[in-house]
Design a protein around this ligand. Structure first.
Ligand SMILES: [Fe+2]
Ligand SMILES: [Fe+2]
Length: 284
């Protein structure tokens, strides 16, 4: 383990150097009962992660030398280490999606352009955008770990990488926030501004890229199948509906990522994945 990884591990944010095998035996459409629309959404998420993770790392790294608190400094090391490995593993998984006919090239190029725009912001506002996106990623992570329909109807091997990523997102969910709070002159205002900035910059490209993937699969007009996927994502108890409902948690002045207490959930999955008989121990 590198010294950065050791520092992160000492404060509960261990970068785990895992290598996931591609889910070769999984169905071409591995999520939500082999639904193309829903599986395509996961493919687009995976496509945007490598660039997204780099953006998160750089926006936090920019302020690393200004942080004096040794605990937060070590948390930054863990954060950067975890995000770097997430990016690498999603890049690998993206090869699998491409091999199964998922045309994620548009998603990869549009996210670079969108993040390029956010990169022009002043560093502190850029970090606020990372705080916003980390808030949403932590909500997504809770969904990946707890949404029954997602977990029960998706391919177990394809789920492994998402489960590991989810656990680590929860382990480091406060880091960007705590750095921003220390370095920003006006943290609340920047957070409020980050929400529309992120939404307007990312949503159109991501939505278009998702429809493009479905179109290239020849599934855009398969109404019945798409309705099934749409309801799984955006129905009353849908995967994404549950996430969107929680975005407002971000806005109150005294909000902190730990307000949503996920310690038990993290302990549960840490034990399942990396405990004595951990499901992923063999990937180290
Ligand atoms: Fe990540
Ligand atoms: Fe993250």
């Amino acid at each position: 383990m590198t010294s950065h990884a050791n520092k992160g591990a000492a404060v509960g944010i261990p970068p785990r150097l895992l290598k996931f095998p591609l889910p070769e035996h999984a169905h071409d459409h591995p999520f939500f009962n082999q639904n193309v629309l829903a599986s395509s959404m996961l493919s687009v998420m995976s496509a945007i992660f490598p660039s997204g993770e780099r953006f998160f790392m750089e926006s936090v790294r920019h302020f690393r030398d200004q942080i004096e608190d040794p605990v937060l400094k070590a948390q930054i090391s863990g954060f950067i280490g975890q995000e770097a490995i997430h990016g690498r593993e999603h890049e690998h998984l993206n090869e699998w999606f491409v091999s199964r006919g998922y045309d994620i090239g548009l998603a990869e190029s549009t996210i670079k352009k969108s993040l390029g725009l956010l990169n022009k912001l002043p560093p502190s506002q850029r970090l606020a955008c990372t705080v916003m996106m980390e808030h949403f990623t932590a909500i997504l992570a809770e969904q990946w770990l707890t949404h029954d329909e997602f977990r029960d109807t998706s391919d177990p091997q394809a789920l492994q990488l998402w489960t590991w990523h989810a656990l680590e997102e929860l382990e480091h969910k406060s880091v960007a926030f705590d750095v921003h709070r220390q370095v920003s002159q006006n943290p609340h205002f920047e957070k409020l501004l980050a929400a529309p900035l992120v939404f307007l910059t990312l949503t159109p490209g991501v939505t278009l890229s998702w429809l493009w993937v479905v179109y290239k699969q020849g599934h855009l007009l398969k109404w019945k199948e798409n309705k099934r996927g749409f309801l799984a994502l955006f129905g009353r108890k849908g995967f994404m509906t549950q996430c969107f409902k929680r975005i407002p948690e971000f806005f109150p002045r005294n909000h902190h990522p730990t307000d949503s207490d996920t310690k038990q959930l993290e302990d549960l999955w840490r034990k399942r994945l990396f405990g004595e008989e951990g499901e992923l121990n063999h990937l180290y």
